[in-house]
Design a protein around this ligand. Structure first.
Ligand code: GAR
Length: 187
């Protein structure tokens, strides 16, 4: 069975959507590890419920990014990870992980890239008065949210409430991530 790693920093609704799809057979794979850079993140409680092994680390405990990325990559090598899914992992992937897992890392982003890169995509889109919002899944390379696009889905919203955009977007994220992971694994 194919093995996924999910990286997350926050609440973890995307992690849960992926773990649930693996559990009920909609994705023919297992989440073999959850990597989290924040002790106390909501995603960790979800991982306990699904029985996913976790690697939790504090970047401040390491001299540099390459050091913690080496630990992550070593652990993933030991498991035999096929695909890495970033799901609200609020950190730029560095050289160590890219050199060892490049071409096998995907990310979900809450905008229609290349518009609104970075950590505040929804707020910026609302500030612009955007009428067509969307979600992008893309390959991860050394650029910020700039790797080749794999999938996108849009939705209309004409209002000024970032929380509502986020809520509408997350429903799409959960479906699109499951569909896209399947497409990649079945290629
Ligand atoms: C998701 O909306 C994802 O698109 C976003 O973080 C959220 C995590 O939600 N990612 C980024 O903004 C990456 N630049 P979750 O913890 O509920 O899955």
């Amino acid at each position: 069975m194919k093995k996924l790693a999910v990286f997350a920093s926050g609440s973890g609704t995307n992690y849960e959507a992926i773990a649930e799809a693996c559990a009920d057979g909609r994705i023919d794979a297992e989440v073999a590890i959850l990597v989290c850079d924040k002790a106390g993140a909501g995603v960790l409680g979800r991982a306990v419920r699904f029985g996913t092994p976790t690697l939790v680390f504090n970047p401040k405990d390491y001299a540099c990014k390459a050091d913690f990325e080496k630990e992550i990559a070593d652990r993933m090598d030991a498991i035999g990870i096929d695909l890495v899914c970033l799901a609200g992992y609020m950190r730029i992937i560095g050289e160590e992980l890219l050199s060892r897992y490049g071409g096998r890392i995907i990310n979900i982003h809450p905008s229609l890239l290349p518009a609104f890169k970075g950590a505040h995509a929804v707020e910026q889109a609302v500030e612009y008065g955007v009428k067509v919002y969307g979600i992008t899944i893309h390959w991860v390379d050394e650029s910020l949210d700039g790797g080749r696009i794999i999938a996108q889905r849009s939705f209309d919203y004409d209002g000024g409430d970032p929380a509502e955009v986020h809520r509408l977007g997350q429903v799409i994220e959960h479906q699109l991530y499951v569909e896209t992971i399947n497409r990649i694994l079945n290629k």
